[in-house]
Design a protein around this ligand. Sequence first.
Ligand code: NAI
Length: 348
Amino acid sequence: MFEDLLRGWDGELVAMRFDRPTGSWMFVGLHSTALGPGFGGTRVKVYESPEDALRDVMRLSSAMTFKNAMADIPFGGGKSVLAVPSVPTGRARRELLLRYADLIASLGGSYVTACDMNTTSPDMDVVSERCPYVMGTTEEHGGSGTSAPDTAIGVFHGIRASLAHAFGSDDPSGRTIAVEGVGAVGGPLTDLLAEAGAKVVVADIDSDRAGAVAARVGADVVDPSAVFETPCDVFSPCATGAVMNAATIPRLRCRVVAGAANNQLATPEDADGLASAGILYAPDYVINAGGVLHLAGYERLGWTSEQMTARLAGIGDTLRQVFETAERDGVTPAAAAQGLARRRIDSA
Ligand code: NAI
């Protein structure tokens, strides 16, 4: 099964290691180093089988190639998966991370890691004890702090670009925008939208959080189960992945889908489903690039906050280019983004 998976993948390499003390499998997927070292986070997760973890690391590292290319940073695509029997804590976790750090170190800088699902900045501090190829450590260890507010700013610019394409004006004032998930990104995004005069509707499975954000900005709250059919100009998924699928797309009452969540499309065909429904889709990895811009910009590229501000605004420009290319070529924005990223990678 490993043979079939690797043979069918267009990435550069997968480094793998069995961690005997914990019974975990470590996979580092390096999809492309054409634009620079592969950069992407470390996911700790319980999988049904090592094969599922390998499939995931290949898929996730490919996605990082396209995300980093569209963010126009000198990094390629990589990702790590630690497929654990159960998510470790305490000393076992620390020791697993140190052994994992040795694996990254052995790749000599061709892969740079960061946080992902089930890993946090203190985990990256542990990794940094053994190797320098890590971003997203705590600020005490030289890290750049949470990327979520910058991700929100990037999404805000992306929503403006989407409004401009859909309605001819990028002004959020008077537009109704439904935000699904008002956590670290969706919360500050809601503030930005409300400040710009949008009528915001929020939904969160944490009803206290939804209520607090709504009270802060004067938004309406809807039940998470009803958010898809909320009439709005923009639906902004900022919670979990795979929210755009054959069951949800027919329920949407919006003109635009533009939000922070990773992997919004359950299948690639859902991009066609959105287009057929007359809904403009801002490809997730383009609009949510603020996270990688924050990490790479502050921790590797020496950007000032003025440069960061400009690059976050640039997410809107990139999306405009994606929408124009899609319209010109008669393809979905997802296909247009893929094509633009491919061109950047191939011309490196
Ligand atoms: P978070 O965990 O702080 O917030 C997520 C919020 O969504 C929580 O308030 C949670 O209660 C809510 N939620 C979960 N399931 C829900 C559901 N089914 N319906 C309604 N609400 C639900 O996460 P964060 O950092 O705000 O990230 C949000 C999304 O953006 C994630 O998909 C993440 O992968 C993506 N993202 C985040 C970046 C960052 O810099 N934090 C960067 C790029 C992408």
